[in-house]
Design a protein around this ligand. Structure first.
Ligand code: ZN
Length: 153
């Protein structure tokens, strides 16, 4: 398997594990920002710092102030000494249009995502900004590895 693809699968797998930190019940999403093979930021969907750790209201509707994983990862960088210029974002779900705007402005050059969503306006916006968008299914990683061992026999 190509080295970059192997890394992409690994980081995406890590983003998926990171999503487990989310206390949101309806959906858990994880994101990692990687630059020069270093994880410079991470995020999962949740309420802003200092708010209650509950994402849904009494009707099980996601609260409007819940931040998406990508937004949390990018805004975390704003409080750090790192910057995302030229970085890759790994996210376990396809970015929405609001997060896509942030991804573009953060100087991120590649987005690797796992789960497709019915709306793809976010992905379209990213492509329009010249960002490389890669879809990977983390469950395919093992299959690919198996094929590789098979072919080297
Ligand atoms: Zn979003």
């Amino acid at each position: 398997m190509d080295k970059q693809l192997l890394l992409d699968y690994r980081y995406l797998r890590m983003a998926r594990i990171w999503a487990e930190n989310s206390y949101c019940k309806r959906r858990k999403v994880g994101a990692l920002v990687v630059k020069d093979k270093m994880i410079i930021s991470d995020g999962y969907n949740g309420t802003p710092s200092g708010f209650e750790n509950v994402c849904e209201d009494e009707n099980n509707v996601t609260k409007p102030y819940v931040l998406h994983a990508e937004a949390n990862a990018i805004t975390k960088l704003a409080r750090s000494n790192n910057n995302s210029e030229g970085a890759t974002l790994y996210v376990t779900a396809s970015p929405c249009i609001e997060c896509s705007k942030l991804i573009i402005q953060a100087g991120i050059r590649r987005v690797v995502y796992a789960e497709k969503y019915r709306l793809d306006d976010g992905l379209q916006l990213l492509r329009r900004a010249g960002i490389e968008v890669v879809y990977l299914n983390p469950d395919d990683e093992e299959k690919l590895k198996d094929n590789e061992t098979e072919s080297t026999k």
